[in-house]
Design a protein around this ligand. Structure first.
Ligand code: IMP
Length: 500
């Protein structure tokens, strides 16, 4: 782990024994991975307490880029004694986890200090299968655009109190009986569907290419049990009472909670129903790792300097349309001789969104899907800050370089039916975020425009070196979103982050 000015500043702000929740204040993909990675220089423990392998955290270390989906980012520092914990709030996919650990082993990264809660929800092949099946069966208007990782279905099983948990991988009888119970009601339904479609889904790589297919029952319980017991043997030494371990280290160790997704995707507080199925806020860590509310000493919310969203759902500040980045890619040949700066400032919103998306490399780390692009939404940010706390880290500021005009959404104009229970009337101006898809889809953004900057800021490492226009932009975000900017990121490289 490095020892530099940044680390010293981190230590001053987050002294030994701190419990820091790093969470996203937008729709995910705001660079939490890189920030958590910087925190590893002062951390003793890195915890995941929510989400599943629907996340994709990109970390750069030792000159390599790593993407983890389920294993905490702290694993990179395992050899230096850092403990990585997967707490019970997580939906644990052992198939992904095994692949990731094997990849890390190949890269010479150990996992001796990994701990997995025996109570974490266990993602089973049928969960992944039903997630993919729902996406195939849903008509476009009903689609959530999930990552297909089985997150919704695993929580379905869990709240129905029939779900499997990590410790079940260690017990043949429990696993077989639970699976038989779950599958009992599903077989007749599966037989009513097109067999080729089912086979194709089961042939997916994430379902080990047909390994769990059975012509009679579609999903073969015996094969699943056999594979999961094998995984139980693989993970046996890591499975433990992870929450008791975290509790025993409170006040002694510096503990960094690595968030998943973002506040606006939270199951309770996000843009329901276009949300994930877990809690994604600092408060979510409290229940996801058995903490007391006061155990979290600091929160840090990540905020991208613009905004992105993957999958369906309302996005009031979206530029262009849902598939702007893909459409841009299709026509980009035509514009190949136009300088990128000109494209970013294009009046054609597809070209503008597309070029921002390409400069910002806005493609999902988990699914590779192009992300939707939008201007920063300060109404939504104020809402997220109200939930997670005011300290924020701004990321990817460099992507905006060259834009002549920056737009900040400061309020909405509501253009829908009157809603008595909020209350809300047609044509009313709204300065608060109402996390309801049916309301948000009728919210038109009201923008304030600010001057952009042209200077390359990717090498800037101090607030004082930022162009005045960039400072003005950040100060306006602070003012309107009631935020306190702690750090700023100006590039993909791990060192491209500095304190305000
Ligand atoms: P699920 O979590 O796979 O069920 O997907 C539900 C919604 O959350 C979809 O719109 C996904 O695109 C979105 N989502 C899930 N994980 C992430 C993430 O890590 N980043 C951004 N969006 C995500």
């Amino acid at each position: 782990m490095e020892n530099n000015v940044f680390t010293d500043q981190l230590r001053r702000l987050y002294p030994k024994g701190s419990v820091v929740a790093v969470v996203c204040n937008q729709f995910g993909d705001t660079g939490k991975g890189a920030i958590v990675d910087r925190f590893m220089s002062i951390a003793d423990i890195c915890v995941r307490a929510g989400g599943g392998d629907n996340c994709g955290h990109t970390i750069e270390a030792n000159g390599h880029k790593y993407v983890t989906h389920i294993i905490p980012s702290g694993i990179i520092y395992d050899e230096l004694g850092l403990t990585s914990v997967i707490a019970h709030g997580v939906a644990f996919n052992p198939l992904t986890a095994q692949l990731e650990l094997e990849e890390f082993s190949k890269a010479g990264i150990s996992h001796n200090n990994l701990k997995i809660s025996f109570r974490a929800k266990l993602i089973m092949p049928h969960n992944i299968f039903f997630d993919m099946l729902s996406a195939s069966l849903a008509n476009k208007s009903k689609r959530i655009g999930t990552t297909g990782r089985g997150i919704g279905p695993v929580f379905n099983d869990f709240v129905s109190r029939i779900g499997l948990r990590v410790s079940d991988m260690l017990d043949y009888v429990v696993m077989r009986d639970k699976l038989n119970l779950i599958m009992r009601d599903k077989i007749a339904f599966l037989h009513s569907l097109d067999r080729d479609m089912l086979k194709e889904i089961l042939n997916n790589e994430r379902l080990e290419k047909g390994r769990f297919y059975n012509p009679k029952s579609i999903l073969d319980v015996d094969k699943i049990v056999e594979r999961y017991l094998e995984l139980g043997t693989y993970f046996k030494d890591y499975i433990c009472d992870a929450e008791a371990y975290i509790k025993s280290r409170l006040g002694k160790d510096t503990i960094i909670f690595e968030g998943s997704q973002g506040a606006l995707l939270d199951i309770n507080l996000g843009t329901y129903p276009y949300v994930t199925s877990t809690q994604c806020t600092a408060a979510g860590f409290v229940s996801g790792a058995n903490l007391r509310a006061q155990d979290i000493t600091k929160t840090l919310g990540t905020v991208k300097a613009y905004m992105t969203r993957v999958g369906e759902g309302p996005f009031p500040t979206e530029i262009g349309c849902y598939d702007a980045v893909s459409r841009y890619q299709e026509i980009s040949e035509e514009f190949s001789t136009v300088p990128i700066i000109e494209k970013m400032n294009s009046k054609n919103q597809i070209i503008q969104a597309g070029s921002i998306g390409v400069i910002g490399n806005e493609f999902g780390a988990t699914t590779g899907r192009p992300r939707r692009i939008g201007w920063i939404d300060l109404v939504a940010l104020r809402y997220a800050i109200d939930i997670n706390g005011s300290d924020i880290a701004i990321t990817k500021l460099d992507v905006l370089t060259g834009l002549k005009k920056l737009k900040l959404c400061v309020s909405y104009r509501y253009v829908g039916h009157d809603v008595t229970y909020i209350p809300l009337s047609n044509n009313e101006y709204l300065d608060r975020f109402i996390p309801e898809a049916d309301i948000l889809k009728h919210c038109q953004p009201v923008y304030e425009e600010m001057q952009g900057w042209e200077e390359d800021i990717s090498q800037v490492r101090a607030w004082s070196d930022l162009p005045q226009a960039a400072k003005n932009y950040l100060l306006r975000i602070e003012e309107l979103a009631h935020a306190n900017i702690i750090m700023i990121g100006v590039g993909a490289h791990r060192d491209s982050m500095f304190f305000k």
